[in-house]
Design a protein around this ligand. Sequence first.
Ligand code: ATP
Length: 362
Amino acid sequence: MTQPLVVFDNVVKHFGSYQAVERMNLEIYKGEFVAIMGSSGCGKTTTLRMLAGLDKPSEGEIRLNGERINDLYSWERETPLVWQNLALFPFLNVLENVEFGLRMRGMAKAERRKKALEWLERLGLEEFASRDISLLSGGQRQRVALARSLVTEPPILLLDEPLSALDAHLSVRMQGVLTGLQKDLGITFVYVTHSQSEAFAMADRVVIMSRGRVEQIGSPQEVYLEPHNRFVAEFVGGKNILGGTVVGFEDSALVRLDSEHGGFLARLPEGKTVVPAERVTVCVSAEHIDLTAQPMRRNRLSCTVVGEEFIGSMVNIYLEASGGLELQVQKLQADYNRMGLRCGQKIFAEWDAAHALILRGD
Ligand code: ATP
């Protein structure tokens, strides 16, 4: 089995009595693009800063290539960090900024110039070599910051919300630059973001954090399709969360539930077991709910249409069932138009048992 490039082994970080990161265990492999995501203050940046050597773990061990790095200063480890504000040197031009790391390592002038120019070319910046940093656009500055970090050819690059200052269009373009670079170089990226779309578009695996705790680690597909708990289900969005009580079993994977909204069937995730009378939380994706006047499936709810929202080619339809339960349904615009729904209309929402997932962690 290959050795992970980075290991967080029971890492804890306190600031005084405040616990910013709770017992984190995470392995990152060479060539992976890992995104750490979660809402503001959940400990993403602290995790990255510990890996960069800017904060020291209070407990546990961080290993790079099998070596403990807890006590190494940031300049003693090869873990450069690209910040949101990029921190480029305003008194140096583009080429001098990119050369900087090589100069610090004592590389001879001709050699470092050649290397820096190679990186500028790779990032499409050769024509700006002698330009002042202040005369570059946001996207160009972003690429200079990347070139400056990559010129020393580190095994890993840490990125803290690097695209958050760019407009939406440029951000999507830079996502392509980043993933292209990462795959071409085979370098490992650890990328902190609060943006789900950025993380899902680029990462091989995402780490979802809340209040200092890792809630789930998996590929974007796994996390979206099989959220482990209510926090992750709500964080990835587009999910309906229902409560129920176990009343029996249809087979090894399908569980019969009873709730104030009637009986229905739900699927158990692999490895989870439940017992009769146990309370469970069930998640149904908005795109897996069908709307009909004549329900055929056991999993159904009588609802009233209370709103709709157009989001490009899709439409979110909002429903209310008895007891104030709210449901969100997502349909293609063309299907929505065919249905001819209107606010106040009564309709049944129905879904397959296979699409009602009992959450593992609730
Ligand atoms: P954001 O998306 O807002 O940047 P984050 O998930 O990156 O948030 P962190 O910067 O890691 O969050 O901070 C986690 C928690 O630790 C926050 O509550 C923050 O206030 C606290 N914290 C971070 N650095 C320090 C510090 N040096 N001293 C005290 N508390 C800190």
